[in-house]
Design a protein around this ligand. Sequence first.
Ligand code: AMP
Ligand code: ZN
Length: 116
Amino acid sequence: MSQDCIFCKIVRGEIPCKKVYEDDEILAFHDIRPAAPVHFLIIPKQHIESLATADMSHQAVLGRMLAKAGELAVSQGLTDGFRTIVNTGRVGCQEVYHLHIHILGGPNPLGPMLAH
Ligand code: AMP
Ligand code: ZN
């Protein structure tokens, strides 16, 4: 846990979230600034900064996040596909340094992967 980390505060219940799913290891909640009709985040409850600092000790929780993604996407109505994004570090334009998977989708195709 990191005292100042906004997502750790969400895990501790100090900041509210619109919860999609929670278990002992992971939490999923809607993004506060949705970039698509459906946009939620899956995070590990333990504080891992990013994929740049993750290692094999995080294998189980990272696998759990991805393994749940499809089920959670369908639970939010994304029955015809979705996009999965993990921004990492300065070049990846990561804003919150608590690892998270973005799940994005809606009724229409999302368009090209990167804005040019
Ligand atoms: P990233 O740029 O990949 O680090 O994405 C961070 C995401 O966290 C952004 O899409 C923000 O809109 C989202 N975010 C920041 N604060 C909150 C919050 N309190 N609740 C939900 N989502 C948040
Ligand atoms: Zn954190």
